[in-house]
Ligand binder design. Structure first.
Ligand code: 0L1
Ligand code: MG
Length: 263
């Protein structure tokens, strides 16, 4: 840990305000080059406490940078996790005002909802599948609070992994009935295919992403709570959206999920 508790709280307040006011700030490592990964998660957790103190509730957790495409796009090499509050939820098919965000982009996800708590270390994909209530297709809406969407790994961890919104499709399936690795994914924008992929893009199997999250939480002495909703990470690169855009995600056996972006 390189930063003091006071500095962590101050940086959390700055990022939290930038999110609420929809304005960009310089990535925090510009002014705090010594910031390490533990500091970054401490800032993210301080932001979470601030949101909960304002009356929000945690809707779920997310893994980020779990696919090679995402790691390459962002120039980083390690998965990260963040949280989502209930006000991030977008109804499938909803009209989403772009003005609510700074520079929104969207990415296709496999969503898990678990039953019992999962505790690492040593959690693996098979125990995740045994503990899963259902899986669904989802779209994550990302919105970095950093100028020009430019950041390094610790800055983006502190900024709650760019979490801003999510839509979960209403076709739910038993994870054990599907081969999640070979699940085909087609992502369309304005009727044109902009990205294709398969579940295996996420750490070989999206269930492995949930297991990794349980193991990462264990490093902080935490478990994945019972009944968690989890975004396992973008299967393809993220796609920027602007007013007038319509995006539609088609995941094999899990039905379509769409969003329309309006001014
Ligand atoms: O969900 C994610 O993969 C986000 C991780 C990196 C942040 C971003 O892409 O904005
Ligand atoms: Mg994501």
């Amino acid at each position: 840990m390189a930063l003091t508790v006071d500095v962590i709280e101050q940086l959390a307040a700055e990022l939290d305000a930038a999110h609420q006011e929809r304005r960009e700030i310089v990535k925090i490592t510009e002014n705090q080059p010594a910031l390490d990964e533990k500091d970054a998660y401490d800032i993210q957790y301080a932001i979470r406490r601030r949101r909960l103190a304002r009356g929000h509730r945690v809707a779920g957790l997310k893994m980020g940078l779990t696919s090679r495409a995402k790691m390459k796009q962002m120039g980083v090499e390690k998965p990260i996790f963040g949280f989502m509050t209930e006000d991030f939820a977008l109804a499938p098919g909803a009209e989403v005002p772009v003005g609510r965000y700074i520079h929104p982009s969207v990415e296709p996800e496999i969503v898990f909802v678990t039953r019992p708590a999962l505790r690492g270390p040593g959690c693996h994909a098979a125990s995740v599948l045994a503990a899963t209530d259902f899986v669904a297709a989802g779209i994550e809406l990302l919105d970095s609070r950093y100028r020009d969407f430019k950041f390094d790994l610790n800055s983006v961890i502190a900024d709650n992994t760019s979490a801003a919104g999510f839509a979960v499709g209403d076709c739910v399936r038993d994870a054990r009935e599907l081969d999640l690795a070979t699940l085909g994914v087609v992502f369309e924008k304005n009727g044109e295919i902009v990205a294709v992929g398969a579940g295996a893009a996420v750490l070989g199997n999206p269930a492995a992403s949930v297991a990794m999250l349980a193991n990462m939480l264990a490093e902080r002495g935490e478990e994945l709570p019972a009944g968690s909703m989890l975004l396992t990470g973008g299967i393809t690169e993220a796609i920027a959206v602007a007013p007038g855009d319509h995006v539609c995600l088609r995941v094999q056996n899990l039905g379509p999920v769409s969003l329309r972006f309006v001014p």
